[in-house]
Design a binder for this molecule. Structure first.
Ligand SMILES: [Zn+2]
Length: 183
């Protein structure tokens, strides 16, 4: 489902999710953030934490769901809205369904892993016992730009590291040549 105009409150919650994405970027994690709103209050927030925890399941949505469940003291997140900067993957879509979240707002699509619109339609599959109302595109540009910037910087770091390794190898080779010529 698409919605062209969003309320100021909806934009505010997505900005909070984008702030979570920034927190991920600051610590070198892929910048994806999420918040869960219940009766106008943010009751769960999360950003990607996979690298720091060495835990493949620690996506932004999972962390936000865990916190929201703890806040409400319930695994059922009925009457909640999830805001996430990037289209949820298969794992997170599964968690959204299992926690009974009725409404999801996401920013940009993920053509390689998105399980809401891009590769699968998990959240709106009527064969499941729970379906979700989905709004895509809210502050999508801001969400996408964060990913592009992050991966561009990561590639530059990789390039610089490769150059440094090559330079170090050259110095080492010259050094060994130097010592062998002396002996
Ligand atoms: Zn995920």
């Amino acid at each position: 489902m698409r919605q062209i105009t969003y309320s100021a409150a909806q934009q505010h919650y997505m900005e909070e999710a984008l702030f979570e994405a920034d927190r991920a970027a600051w610590i070198g994690e892929v910048p994806i953030g999420a918040v869960i709103v219940h009766e106008g209050h943010i009751i769960g927030r999360g950003h990607n934490f996979r690298e720091h925890a060495n835990d493949a399941t620690l996506h932004a949505e999972i962390r936000a769901i865990e916190e929201a469940c703890a806040t409400l003291g319930s695994w059922r997140l009925e009457d909640c809205q999830l805001y996430v900067t990037i289209e949820p993957c298969l794992m997170c879509s599964g968690a959204i369904i299992n926690s009974r979240i009725p409404t999801v707002f996401y920013g940009a699509r993920d053509p390689k892993a998105g399980a809401v619109d891009s590769l699968y339609n998990t959240l709106t599959d009527s064969r499941l016992n729970h379906t979700v109302t989905v709004y895509e595109g809210l502050l999508a540009k801001d969400a996408g730009e964060r990913l592009v910037t992050f991966f561009k910087a990561a590639r530059q770091r990789q390039k610089a590291a490769k150059k440094a390794r090559k330079a170090a190898a050259k110095v080492a080779a010259e050094k060994s040549l130097d010592t062998s010529s002396k002996s």
